[in-house]
Design a protein around this ligand. Sequence first.
Ligand code: AMP
Length: 187
Amino acid sequence: MRLLIMGPPGAGKGTQAVSLAERIGGAHISTGDIFRANIQQQTELGKTAQRYSDAGEYVPDEVTNAMVKDRLAQDDAREAFILDGYPRTVGQVDTLDAILDELGNHLDGVIELVVDPEELIQRLLKRAETSGRADDTEDVIRHRQEVYTNETAPLLAVYGSRGLLIQVDGVGDVDEVSHRIDAALPS
Ligand code: AMP
């Protein structure tokens, strides 16, 4: 099973992707996690990524695409994977198509966690208050949602027209949403 998971920032994609990867026995490939690991280790890639992610912007496609191409070619991603946070732009969709073609693979489904953006903004503001995350000012939080709406939401129509889109209500506790995902997956 080869899947993508999409949804606005704060919808719980990462949490769902980790447990879903276990259930399908595949690799969990999170571009956000790879960037954060590089930021922590202060690599060149990390320094580039930090500039963009601190501002709530996307890292340029050339950087992100090369990183994902390497990751998808690794052994643990050959049979099954869940991509979390990639693709996020129409250009990245084209690149992913080319990468999967080259590997002789294709996607089986694209899960969209559906959550109202304004509800997410309120949730993220509360989290920023309690955790004191420096990058989580209201402006940045709102900007991230806008970037998602402008750059990433159009991908839902692309995957919808390919018959791959699986919309799942993302409001509820973690187990409840996981059960909804399992029930909606292609067999
Ligand atoms: P995430 O944890 O998925 O929200 O990612 C954290 C940050 O990493 C994002 O705000 C972006 O700056 C960057 N990022 C993650 N995935 C991508 C992507 N596919 N394209 C561009 N930037 C990305």
